[in-house]
Design a protein around this ligand. Structure first.
Ligand SMILES: [Zn+2]
Ligand SMILES: [Zn+2]
Length: 331
């Protein structure tokens, strides 16, 4: 830094945490000072909402939003994961967790807890033309806008329940209206891992017990993540019911309670490892999901408590949801 200030960073706005400054790594510094790190903080709140657009009739609302359109609404126990990044301060912290906790409480959980979301923030005031429904993805986006001035966010995840959650990222290259929406479902299926051109002993050398001749089964957990812009009035990345129906019709129904090697044509000549099943699911879903207006981002297939496979259907490695958020998934 020079006296002229030519190379000095711009002064931080008054409300900007010191951790937002670009980290200047100084290896060996006491308490890791300056080294970059991402931290996460979890919070909970309970709130109700109603999916009903005033410009639609009761029948149209019912057709579009199903039971979510039934007055006076219904509620969820939401779980919020906030990821923040920056250089460590002199105390060895990205931020003082007490400050983080108070910012989340002041900006998010106090205003939202035990409230009717449709009436709590102007984003959800449907009397305004720019108002949108308080969907999971619209809500996490609104939370990001509340927290961004106070915390050095890298991403947020909001669980509406363990089988439905939304993520938004933070950064200069991020489309501010874009979100990731994930659904979880499951199916049970049997498989045998073996390549037909190999002998039994050769297959057992590669696949171990999974090559035993009569197969074995798993209760598969399947997470489907789509990415897209949040629609102006519905607040949705895509039609959730349509997405659930696609996954049900194209994957769960044909795969559930089958012997994959024999009952699913694709696996007649393709070893149904967790990786290959996840890839096949991605291939089955990519085009139909694209037709809904969203893009398939990721398929995660958990075969057992000990192993899972993830397939990124878009360009790998680019703009992936931060690992700090993923650490809370699948538990
Ligand atoms: Zn709901
Ligand atoms: Zn297996």
């Amino acid at each position: 830094m020079t006296a002229s200030g030519l190379t000095a960073p711009p002064p931080a706005p008054p409300d900007t945490p010191t951790a937002r400054r670009p980290p200047t790594a100084t290896p060996g510094a006491a308490h890791g000072q300056g080294r970059p790190c991402v931290i996460t903080r979890r919070a909970e709140f309970s709130a109700s909402h109603l999916y009903r657009l005033p410009e639609l009739t009761d029948d149209q609302n019912q057709q579009r939003f199903g039971a979510c359109s039934l007055a006076p609404g219904h509620g969820h126990n939401y779980e919020l994961i906030v990821a923040m990044g920056g250089g460590l301060d002199v105390s060895g912290m990205v931020l003082n967790l007490s400050d983080v906790k108070h910012a989340i409480r002041r900006e998010v959980t106090d205003p939202l807890n035990f409230r009717f979301l449709n009436e709590v923030w102007p984003e959800f005031d449907l009397a305004r033309p720019e108002g949108r429904l308080p969907t999971t993805e619209a809500l996490v986006l609104a939370i990001r806008e509340r927290l961004a001035p106070h915390l050095p966010l890298t991403g947020l995840r909001l669980y509406e329940h363990p089988k439905l959650w939304a993520d938004v990222l933070v950064g200069p290259a991020i489309d501010p209206m874009e979100a990731f929406l994930s659904i979880r479902t499951h199916f049970a299926a049997a498989h045998r891992l073996a390549r037909p051109e190999l002998s039994q002993s050769e297959n057992e050398a590669i696949y171990g017990k999974c090559a035993r001749p009569h197969g074995h089964g798993h209760n598969y957990l399947l997470d489907i993540t789509v990415r897209g812009g949040i629609a102006p009035r519905t607040g949705m990345v895509c039609d959730l019911a349509a997405l659930q129906q696609l996954v049900e019709e194209l994957v769960v129904e044909p795969f559930d309670h089958t012997f994959l090697n024999k009952d699913v044509a694709h696996f007649a000549d393709c070893v149904p490892t967790a990786e290959n099943i996840a890839l096949h699911i991605a291939d089955l879903l990519s085009a139909p999901i694209a037709a809904t207006g969203a893009r398939l981002h990721k398929v995660r297939l958990q075969e057992s408590p000990n192993n899972a496979a993830e397939v990124f259907a878009e360009t790998p490695q680019l703009e992936m949801v931060p690992a700090a958020l993923e650490a809370f998934a699948g538990v």
